[in-house]
Design a protein around this ligand. Structure first.
Ligand code: PEP
Length: 253
């Protein structure tokens, strides 16, 4: 009942011409897909052009971050209304690289998520444990804390729009994917937590993506898990053929 969502996080890659070409190639290669939401997240400077190249296609556009204010003296930042203006429908929030390198906090992610929803943007909220936390068997403590903090104050009317992306930090860009069973275990625990925070019915409607070295070779096993509802893809989203194969393999029909 949950439509899988595959999102490509291009990070700080692809200059304008290549970004447009990649977006167009993805739209064309996945045009037969029936039951998958497809989103690409270029850099801020390419958002408007990529969104315009994708207009009228099934592929949506996400930003990789967002400020909470609509305008003001916030040098270097981009507001939610600037994103909606250029045709952005989603925004990735709290990616581990933003938490690690730019000091993003759970509280900040929560504020951004509420503002995104207020402006009609779908937040893709990233959570996940470090290798040290996994080895210390703190995975669920960490992830539960992050989910609870990120969703604080988001009511029943909005929560089903939110997408969660479980991304074990040790699996991002490392080539080490969590096994489908490891990922499923965490996804199922997140869904149980969502049932506690909201209700079982609502928890069943919320999409939880997996992220961390997803590739054409492992997507089928991941997406076949009952609580994995798509993927947030980094490296493999930079090539139209690998990203499109991931999208096509996620179409459950
Ligand atoms: C990511 O950056 O969110 C990610 C999952 O990257 P990769 O697929 O390269 O591990």
């Amino acid at each position: 009942m949950r439509t899988p969502i595959i999102a490509g996080n291009w990070k700080m890659n692809k200059h304008l011409e290549d970004a447009i070409a990649l977006a167009e190639a993805v739209a064309s290669a996945t045009s037969d897909v029936k039951n998958v939401d497809v989103v690409v997240a270029p850099t801020f400077v390419c958002l408007a052009s990529v969104a315009s190249a994708l207009e009228g296609t099934h592929v949506g556009v996400a930003a990789q971050n967002m400020h909470t204010a609509t305008s003001g003296a916030f040098t270097g930042e981009i507001s939610p209304t600037m994103l909606t203006d250029v045709g952005c429908g989603h925004v990735i929030l709290g990616h581990s690289e933003r938490r690690q390198f730019f000091g993003e906090t759970d509280r900040g992610v929560n504020e951004k998520a509420k503002v995104a929803l207020a402006h009609g943007l779908i937040p893709i909220i990233c959570i996940g444990e470090s290798l040290g936390e996994r080895e210390a068997e703190q995975t669920m403590d960490k992830v539960s804390f992050q989910v609870t903090a990120a969703l604080s104050g988001i009511g029943e009317e909005d929560i089903t729009k939110v997408v969660l992306a479980y991304e074990p930090i040790w699996a991002i860009g490392t080539g080490k994917t969590a096994t489908p069973e490891q990922a499923q275990e965490v996804h199922a625990s997140i869904r149980a937590l969502l049932a506690q925070l909201y209700s079982e019915d609502i928890a069943q409607q919320i999409r939880i993506q997996y992220g961390g070295s997803v590739k054409p070779a492992n997507i089928a096993d991941l997406i076949s898990q009952p609580d994995i509802d798509g993927a947030l893809v980094g490296g493999a989203s930079l090539k139209a053929d690998s990203f499109s194969q991931i999208v096509m393999a996620s179409d459950k029909g």
